[in-house]
Ligand binder design. Sequence first.
Ligand code: PGA
Length: 245
Amino acid sequence: MNNLKEKIIVMNWKCNPTSISDARNIAVISDKKKIIICPPAVFLNIVKGILKNATLGAQDGYVKEGSFTGEYSLKQIKNIGAKYVILGHSERRIIFNETSEDIAKKVITALDIGISPIVCIGEKKKNNLTSSIKEIITQMEKSLDGVEAIKAKKIILAYEPVWAISGGDANINNARIEDIEPIIKAVIEKFKKMFGCVPKILYGGSVSYDNINTYIQNQYIQGVLIGSASVDKNKIKKILTIIKN
Ligand code: PGA
């Protein structure tokens, strides 16, 4: 039987909430062991001051400091206390035009300075299995290009089919476990070939109280990445009851 205690829950607040008091409240409720909380950069320091059990993560970070107006660097988030950083989220790839090559540079820098990257990969559209696997594997190869095998153990992959993200309560977008399991297995095999070690892999995309068990109980999935539900106090409380059990 799978040990649920070993599973990782990443909470990706995205660009939420609006106020400091809401950020504080959400952090207090979510402060449990095995949870990695990734607030927007503006709240990193505030959330850090609250967490006693959960671990701090960030949602992005640039490769260096200097004349890069509007950016914040991986070293800066590390110095604030982030132990993890989400890189290559589909919203960064699609809305902010980040390429897999940009992401690879960030992954290499994060590993060099000692932050564990949570690298997101996922197909854009629902497709047949062979095409989806091809798209995802190519994306992973490019996003991890130049990573040294010795450092690859620190990488966490997050498989997030883009079409399954932000489905909300209707749950219409949920990926079925029988559809994603072969993809996850193919990703693991490819990663093993690339780096000689087995990656930790999370699932993300409309994870909610109603479906979290399906994912975290799967033997190939080490945890979940939760977006919208991670800033909704009632949803967080419900999800945490499952994790506790
Ligand atoms: P969602 O987001 O849970 O709102 O689908 C997941 C993500 O984008 O990481």
